[in-house]
Design a protein around this ligand. Structure first.
Ligand SMILES: Nc1ncnc2c1ncn2[C@@H]1O[C@H](COP(=O)(O)OP(=O)(O)OP(=O)(O)O)[C@@H](O)[C@H]1O
Ligand SMILES: [Mg+2]
Length: 146
């Protein structure tokens, strides 16, 4: 089952991190989520988009990011963030807590860990030189009356 499929594409600019957060919040609001669920989904999406901007496209502000949102059940939302940037050579390593290739000290290497703790499932598909796709699956306590 796939319901209410939405696809958007935007430029890999830092200001679009908060845009993507807001889109995700607005999208799931039809299911009447709790404040906690809203915060969790927004934060997970934010981490995925910031990774695309900072790592995928190395902060160049160029390149595109696609976001697909859909309900795969009345209480299950699927959000996929795709970039066509540098890709990840070792996904398993990248997903480990505190692993970061970021140069500045502000990068804690906790983005994937945050995505995992705030989602029910995180799928990462990546190929160096091709790009990265991160899928966040979240089961809500609430329902979208399909
Ligand atoms: N979209 C992406 N494209 C290329 N590399 C990525 C992408 N997303 C993550 N990575 C790689 O995975 C590493 C771990 O990502 P993670 O979000 O966990 O930590 P971080 O971004 O380095 O730090 P933080 O998110 O805590 O600021 C990154 O340092 C980077 O090397
Ligand atoms: Mg990160």
């Amino acid at each position: 089952m796939e319901k209410n499929v939405v696809n958007i594409e935007f430029e890999a600019r830092p200001e679009n991190q908060s845009f993507a957060r807001s889109v995700a919040a607005a999208y799931i609001s039809v299911a009447d989520p709790t404040v906690e669920e809203l915060t969790e989904v927004k934060t997970a999406v934010s981490e995925a988009v910031s990774n695309a901007i900072i790592h995928g496209y190395q902060r160049k502000g160029e390149g595109r990011i696609a976001m697909e949102l859909k309900f795969t059940d009345r209480d299950r939302v699927y959000i996929r963030v795709t970039d066509w940037g540098c890709g990840i050579s070792d996904v398993e390593k990248a997903r480990q807590p505190m692993y970061s290739t970021g140069e500045d000290m502000e990068m804690s290497g906790m983005g994937f860990t945050v995505m995992e703790s705030f989602s029910d499932k995180v799928l990462v598909e990546s190929e160096p030189g091709v790009g990265t796709s991160v899928t966040l699956i979240k089961c809500l306590d609430t329902y979208y009356d399909l």
